[in-house]
Design a binder for this molecule. Sequence first.
Ligand code: EAX
Length: 326
Amino acid sequence: MKKTLSLTIILAFLAATLVSAAPYKATLKLASATPMTHTYNLGAEYFAKLVSDRTDGRITMKIYPDGQLGKGERELLEALQQGTIDLYVGSTGPLGGFSQSMQILDIPFLFRSYEHADKVLDGKIGESLMADLGKSGMQGLAFWENGFRNLTNSKRPVKTPEDARGLKIRTMENAVHITAWKAAGVSPSPMAWGEVFGALQQGVMDGQENPVVVLLTTKVYEVQKYMSLTQHVYSPAMAIMSARSWEKIPKADQTVILKAAKDAAVYQRKLGRDNESKMVDELVQKGMMVTKDVDKAAFQAAMQPAFAEFAKQFGKEKIDAILNTK
Ligand code: EAX
């Protein structure tokens, strides 16, 4: 009896050692709300390849684009918290509902250029915002990019805030955007991305605002005639892992994944930036009327009343830290 017990213990111990010695293997579920042709998913393919190559194929990813696992980004972020998906690639727009500090990035006209955004997001400010995600069951990996957002509508060309006055505009589920557009005299309504095309088609909404990569890859040109290059907000994106999935991954592999996410960020941002003007031309070929000489200063002035509220909400010194980043 004693002999059998000790044999069982030895066998159990051996089995545990073998299992723990077995190299970590996993296929991670990565989800986004945009089509495969969007730079999120082209970046995700590259990210997956880097991780697989650098782990000898032990860690692979299955990409679920187009809102297959959730019709909007907020829904995907909730799935990330629950651990039903392992990875999210999408805009930071709805993240404010999970990590309030992230919303500072959505203040209109905060970023002067893509280079300015890189300096802020790849620096101390970006790191601290990403660290805050830890409190919401998320592991931030790297800042990717959606792009500068532009206003579109089905009613009329828009060059000034007066032209936009009274338009019913869909916004992301983002309080900062809603406050800014209200200040500019527009009537904003938050809505999950998966519902927007139908709302524009049925005329429930007159317009919306997004970077050109979204307008082209999601065929917004089929339901919107006019685009104005307002570039009123820089829209960051992020690659984020569920904290539940992250904890299961050995430290050495975590380091590989973090590095790959940052390398893929450079690739993904460049894809969107290098093709931005070509995508505007494609939207014109698809029948959109593009107003390029938008009076941005007038839009900035029209949204100014909201800035007092933002200064109270985020602290003037934090906003200045971003504005003064060189
Ligand atoms: O991230 O919801 C939005 O307008 C986002 O820009 C879109 O889902 C891509």
